[in-house]
Write a protein that binds this ligand. Sequence first.
Ligand code: NAP
Length: 533
Amino acid sequence: MQGLDYDAIVIGAGMSGLYQLIRLRELGFRTRVFEAGSGVGGTWYWNRYPGARFDSESYSYGYSFDPELLQAWSWSEHFAPQPETLRYLNHVADRYDLRRDIQFETRVAAARYEEATRGWTVTLEDGSRHTARFLITAVGVLSAPTLPRIEGMESFAGRSWHTARWPKEPVDFAGLRVAVIGTGATGVQTIQEVAKTAGHLTVFQRTPNWCAPLHNRPITEEEQRRIKASYPEIFRRCEETFSCFIHTTDPRGTFEVTKEEREAFYEELYASPGFGIWVGNFRDMLTDPAANREISDFVARKIRQRVKDPALAERLIPTNHGFGTRRLPLETGYYEVYNQPNVRLVDTRETPIERITPAGILTSAGEQAFDVIVYATGFDAITGAFDRIDIRGAEGRRLKEAWAGGARTFLGMLVEGFPNMLMLLGPHTALGNIPRSIEYNVDWATRLLRHAQERALTRIEVRPEAVQAWHDHVLSCAEGLLTFQVDSWMTGVNRNVEGKQTRVVARYAGSAPDYRAWCDAVTAGGYRELMLA
Ligand code: NAP
């Protein structure tokens, strides 16, 4: 590779970056991975907040590419906690000797495509430059944390963190006055854990979210044997379902069954572990408003049963969106937390936060003192991690500007005008059970790189008409879905980020099998959608 330092530079050593590195080594690529953290793990490295754990069944989440790895690792719980997942990813890094190609504590500031060399120049925050033929982004979907825009945050005299920047040493909340701002999947997990030990916990809720029970428990020895014996079936099943979870959408429509049958089915789902109630529910739950109202009413009744104070229960029931139209937080005793004497809910729609003070938080109802403020305020999702790097394509055009009105990609992996750049978990790839999407994306990208390698091709760029066709497909998949009529990270809305106030189709809403069919057709057709030179 005349004059280029590497064949490929990978940004990020989370689940995607690690697996991509393994595959690039098989191609014989000289690869460098730049990782901002001091260790591997990405999402599972950064999100150390108390209570962080899987919402996917553990045994459907790990890498599936190596049967020996599957047999070597034993998950301890059906939904493993973050420290265990981080141990798992370190185990993977050790097992395949990955660290020697990863440079830690290294943030990428910029990446620029140079036509003269048909390569990328990557500039690190320390100013050093590194060149490679291919740039592979493995930057994650929910990896650019966003703090709220509240006056006075820097003046707070106690301790405060965003949940994705949690300190490595354990935090003891005993006797402390703790505030948690935000009630998404992260806030819910944090709140139910911190409430166990905090002297006093105040939850600042702007929008309640629908939550459902996780029903986690340890994996018994007998279950462990069965899981290890059935990995091929588990992953085959994940390959067949809509979003790669082990749960299958019920083929029935909500109103094709009697009210009694419907109620019994909802009860069964509510009592079952994991995402069944979200992705294994009636097929029309997210398309028919009346069907959605049925399940919403059912879950609202559950909340009223679980929260003793009726007025408080009403504050915890969403009124501006239906069940499952935002990403469903799974919980363990979340609603019961509000029955504890040491927990209080502040509804910021009634009493807005005015500012953070040195002592605590001032709302329109007065000031409350805190020792700790936890910001569970989410992420600049999907495109945020790209926006934070100055990525420039063939004509010096900045990716952030190219995507200003919403991202446009081909299969979520390629961008017009950005030759030799491949994205893992880029915008408009199929998401769902993330590791399943990662493995597919990495294998597809690797096949393309092998194709180029075998033919001594040095330039890969997607044709504009292919991008248009994919974009049309992405938009058509979102049509009629209630999910796209609601503000959330899936519709690209983050009120804490400039330019992200308007809904877009931020997430591919087709099925994973459909997504893979599109991608496989491109490979089988000899990459006619790409300009290869
Ligand atoms: P999120 O769903 O975007 O939630 C952010 C929360 O912060 C929302 O409740 C939001 O309120 C609130 N917020 C933001 N700014 C605020 C402000 N200025 N004042 C008051 N409240 C404010 O983020 P997240 O909870 O971190 O979850 C993001 C995604 O990460 C999840 O949807 C999920 O995909 C993933 N996740 C997965 C797991 C798992 O697998 N177990 C766990 C955690 C997270 P509004 O709703 O009003 O904007």
